[in-house]
Design a protein around this ligand. Structure first.
Ligand SMILES: [Zn+2]
Ligand SMILES: [Zn+2]
Length: 321
């Protein structure tokens, strides 16, 4: 449960690869929490599930390349990489690292990319805008790895098992028997809810379950008065809730540049959801570029007064669920 606990190969863990919102930052004031934008690596035993492709995915890709190289002495004997990549939405801070995700160039590897349709574009079209000329030298379709793109809706769930091929996407209401069977044979289950608390086409919030434990990733979402009821229900009793806390309370309500309606939360909004949902742990993410280490430290300290143990995540932090 504690971040310091040593990881085992069958663990369920999160690595916070990118916790910065809006745009990357660097410099002395940001050394502690880091500057990479949105990316969360979830390891469920041997299954790799990645949420978002912000600049944090670049370091993850480099580490995955090392795993690939050390798995065999030549191309024939190496173990191909395989991962699900889920996108919360396709705003630039959530896709801008994907073009530098090295494993996407491995011809023997497979990636299953899922996310929402937006503004009349399919998910595949939406994500393709991030990697195509003239803004990048090549298109995502020119990258050598096998890629399966799929638009998903909140009435579906994904079931997956390592080395069992393409994940199964099932309708929660029309395929009840199939769902029961997949629950027995596939250890990883992913469900998602659409939130309209982020402009301009909403955002997906993901729940990943493995061995009776649950993590919910709720980035780019703005709180409601009295708490986001839909999210509270969705994250009920989760072992870990990762929640947007981008704005300080002062910045959120600053009369000269009010951030209401921008689709991000303050720490008290995140704590409100965590308490009402009865989650076991809360991690605060999507730190605003304006929030330097001192400011995030202060947000964390205040959060711990309201919800002991909660923490502001930093880039590279590992948390065993
Ligand atoms: Zn964002
Ligand atoms: Zn966004």
């Amino acid at each position: 449960m504690s971040p310091a606990k040593k990881a085992k190969s069958d663990d369920f863990k999160v690595v916070f690869r990118g916790v910065r919102g809006s745009h990357p930052v660097s410099g002395k004031k940001f050394l502690k929490y880091g500057g990479y934008t949105s990316c969360y690596e979830v390891r469920a035993g041997k299954c790799i599930i990645i949420i978002d492709g912000g600049t944090g995915i670049i370091d993850l890709g480099n580490d995955m390349m090392q795993e690939y190289i050390s798995s065999g002495k030549d191309l024939e004997s190496r173990e191909p990489l395989e991962a699900i990549i889920l996108f919360t939405h396709v705003h630039v801070d959530h896709v801008q690292g994907l073009s530098f995700f090295s494993p996407m160039h491995l011809a023997d590897s497979s990636f299953y990319l899922y996310g929402p349709d937006v503004h009349g574009y399919s998910f595949e079209e939406g994500i393709s805008f991030a990697i195509e000329p003239p803004i990048f030298p090549i298109s995502i379709h020119d990258m050598a790895a096998a890629k399966i793109f799929k638009s998903i809706t909140s009435s579906e769930s994904i079931f997956w098992s390592h080395r069992r091929g393409i994940p199964s996407v099932v309708n929660n209401f029309r395929e009840i028997e199939r769902k029961k069977q997949l629950t027995k044979s596939h250890p990883v289950r992913i469900s998602f809810m659409k939130s309209y608390a982020h402009p301009n086409g909403g955002v997906y919030i993901y729940k990943i379950e493995y061995k009776k434990k649950t993590v919910v990733i709720a980035t780019d979402t703005e709180g409601y008065v009295g708490g986001d009821s839909k999210l509270i229900k969705f994250s009920k009793n989760a072992d870990l809730l990762i929640h947007d806390a981008g704005y300080t309370v002062e910045a959120y309500s600053d009369p000269s540049h009010c951030k209401q309606g921008y689709g991000h939360s303050t720490m008290p909004m995140a704590v409100d959801v965590a308490k009402k949902a009865g989650v076991k742990m809360l991690a605060l993410v999507h730190h605003e570029p304006a929030n330097d280490d001192k400011t995030v430290d202060k947000i964390q300290k205040e959060a711990q007064k309201l919800l002991p143990g909660s923490f502001a995540a930093y880039c590279g932090q590992e948390y065993i669920i």
